[in-house]
Design a protein around this ligand. Structure first.
Ligand SMILES: N[C@@H](CCC(=O)N[C@@H](CS)C(=O)NCC(=O)O)C(=O)O
Ligand SMILES: [Zn+2]
Ligand SMILES: [Zn+2]
Length: 190
């Protein structure tokens, strides 16, 4: 059987609703769920194969997108959240009981500072931007995936219309490099 990339990808990518204006995310606890309210759709939504992003049970990839920090608020049971790894650039706030990551925030100087990382699948509503590409694909090998299966994984993404990258997409790599170029003075400052 083909490996499960992520339920959103395996079942065929469903296009998002361009008029989506947000919704709520919930952790997996049966009661006293942590609730996060998003005041807009997510952007740059993508599959991520890295070892740090939260993945649903049995999936090889996470699906993660970004949203401006001022569009995100924790609206219930915030006391159940804890930071997974304080030393990571992205401070992932997870539910201490069920382990689900509710949001990742960057507190240090970083190209993506000002954006929070969220998993739209935690929402009870539909229409969120669909995954646009697959990132950190080769990283699944570090987590035990057999390298000989990589062609099949990449082919499966491509069949669903998602380009695969071993870091981020060219558009995001350009954003990061632009930030670096402005900071080091090689590019004109804004
Ligand atoms: N190969 C590494 C890649 C980790 C990585 O660089 N992840 C990216 C994509 S989420 C990142 O930006 N990480 C920053 C962070 O986790 O703080 C792994 O799988 O752990
Ligand atoms: Zn929970
Ligand atoms: Zn990741």
């Amino acid at each position: 059987m083909a490996p499960s990339l992520h339920p959103f990808v395996d079942a065929g990518i469903k296009k998002g609703d361009a008029t989506k204006t947000g919704g709520k995310l919930y952790c997996h606890c049966p009661t006293n769920k942590v609730e996060v309210t998003l005041a807009s759709d997510v952007a740059h939504n993508h599959a991520c194969g890295c070892s740090k992003c939260w993945k649903p049970e049995g999936a090889l990839f996470s699906v993660v997108g970004v949203i401006p920090v001022d569009k995100l608020s924790v609206t219930a049971n915030a006391d159940k959240l804890a930071i997974v790894d304080e030393s990571a650039a992205i401070q992932r706030h997870a539910c201490k009981e069920c382990g689900v990551h509710l949001y990742g925030r960057i507190e240090v100087e970083h190209p993506f500072k000002g954006l929070d990382f969220v998993h739209a699948e935690l929402s009870d509503s539909k229409g969120w931007q669909e995954p646009q590409f697959a990132a950190f694909v080769s990283s699944i090998i570090e987590q035990g995936f057999e390298p000989s299966g990589m062609d099949e994984v990449r082919a499966k993404f491509k069949k669903e219309g998602l380009e695969t990258y071993d870091v981020l997409s060219p558009a995001l790599m350009d954003l990061i490099a632009t930030h670096t170029g402005r900071k080091n003075g090689k590019l004109a400052k804004l």
